[in-house]
Ligand binder design. Structure first.
Ligand code: NDP
Length: 400
């Protein structure tokens, strides 16, 4: 019998739990815990008591609290859909209880905007010794984009050389300024310096200073900006033939103008300031006043297009392919009451969990998505709402 404990009850968790609830062959019992009990209760009501057996309040910054909860629930797997700050305490609790672990975003310390896998990779030996597994980054990007790369390397190339991951949200939620997942985490990511890998070294750029206008399938041309994204770090490690790896995300002018103003007045800062006798972090305050990403779903129109351009060598010849998915905001709302960014993250979390539970993807240690056979994951994407397509490109769409 399989029993999962989901931690976090936000936009992504609401999709994962609904998808898991339908898959009785993989998920016998589901338990849900988060900081705010009322959000767990609302989700339980939405999904049904027969599938979500019980809900709990937990502070996942506190490893002892998570450990006590795991001892009480006795899950086979903890699915961490809280925030990146909670990754390490939850991994500590999994180690103490010898329980498998999955997340969708790499650990970040709250007081430094530093995005790297070093903290979680440092658990490799301890997870191996305990005989348990951690699957890191089982969302879309990271997650599906890692699996796309592994799939291309397995089926299309003898050697992969150039990688460009592109993330386009061609949707319209009608708000002046809003983020599609947790605003604090999203703005930390976007305002960091750009970084990409080329010829064995990491190169830095000013934030959002490198732009390409790319034509996205079923969306059209969108301004796309070079950023650092965590999957670049694991992909260049696991595919050492890569000469260059970059990540691009689309932003509209209105979004960038709002961001510029907010940055200019210090509202995106993570340095605490004193306000009426209290220390507050401006970005945490900004999060509190921005729309909850889940609330954008009703009336959201348009599609996302997230994919991976890969150039490599096959039978002595260089070629480029693009593997991608289009996801429609309104269709996601109709299916699970969520927008496409929550959906494209929540579904891969469910798939990663299913493959761990049935041992298709299972080995002791701490692993990134591209370290497993991509085929079963790719099949499940087609079956569970995120179908993918492969295009053979005549030439690379990038000018730089
Ligand atoms: P939300 O802010 O909507 O949800 C986060 C949830 O975590 C909330 O229920 C929140 O509780 C809970 N939480 C926060 N702190 C704690 C804590 N200390 N203890 C227990 N629960 C806590 O975020 P999203 O659903 O948008 O994102 C979830 C995760 O998915 C994030 O880590 C994000 O980075 C990742 N992500 C990954 C993507 C990918 O493609 N790989 C894409 C998009 C997101 P409360 O309601 O009380 O605040």
């Amino acid at each position: 019998m399989s029993r999962v404990l989901i931690i976090g009850a936000g936009g992504v968790a609401s999709v994962t739990i609904k998808k898991c609830a339908r898959l009785t062959e993989f998920f016998d019992e589901i338990y849900l815990a988060s900081r705010t009990l009322s959000k767990c209760e609302a989700l339980q009501k939405d999904v049904g008591n027969d599938r979500v057996k019980a809900v709990f309040s937990v502070d996942a910054d506190n490893a002892d609290e998570v450990e006590a909860l795991i001892v009480q629930v006795q899950p086979n797997l903890v699915i961490n859909l809280a925030l990146p700050y909670q990754d390490l305490p939850i991994m500590d609790a999994c180690l103490a209880t010898k329980t498998d672990y999955l997340d969708t975003a790499n650990y970040e310390p709250k007081d430094v905007a530093k995005f790297e896998y070093s903290w979680q990779w440092a658990y490799q030996e301890r997870f191996q010794e305990a005989g348990i597994m951690a699957l890191l980054g089982s969302g879309f990007d990271p997650g599906v984009t890692n699996v796309y790369t592994a799939y291309a390397a397995k089926h299309y190339f003898d050697e992969i050389l150039y990688l460009d991951i592109v993330d386009c949200n061609g949707g319209d939620h009608g708000q002046a300024f809003a983020t599609n997942f947790n605003p604090e985490i999203n703005i930390r990511e976007i305002t960091q310096r750009g970084r990409y890998f080329e010829n064995g070294e990491w190169k830095e750029t000013d934030p959002l200073s490198v732009r390409e206008d790319l034509d996205y399938q079923n969306i059209g041309v969108r301004a796309s900006y070079l950023m650092f994204h965590e999957e670049l770090e694991s992909l260049v490690k696991h595919f050492p033939t890569l000469k260059r790896a970059r990540f691009w995300m689309t932003f509209g002018d209105a979004y960038l103008n709002h961001l510029k103003v907010l940055e200019g007045i210090g509202m995106t800062s993570i340095e605490p300031v004193e306000f009426q006798g209290q220390q507050i972090v401006p970005l945490e305050f900004l999060k509190a006043v921005l729309p909850n990403p889940g609330s954008l779903a009703d009336g959201y129109t348009g599609k996302t297009c997230i994919g991976t351009y890969i150039t490599g060598i096959k039978d002595g010849k260089e070629k480029t392919i693009f593997i991608y998915n289009n996801c429609d905001h309104a269709a996601c709302f109709e299916e699970v009451g969520a927008q496409a960014v929550s959906y494209t993250t929540g579904v891969p979390a469910m798939i990663g969990a299913a493959l761990m539970l049935n041992k298709t993807w299972h080995k002791a240690g701490v692993w990134n998505m591209e370290q497993f056979d991509p085929d079963p994951f790719m099949n499940m994407l087609n079956e569970h709402g995120l179908p993918w397509h492969v295009i053979e490109c005549e030439e690379s769409p990038f000018t730089k």
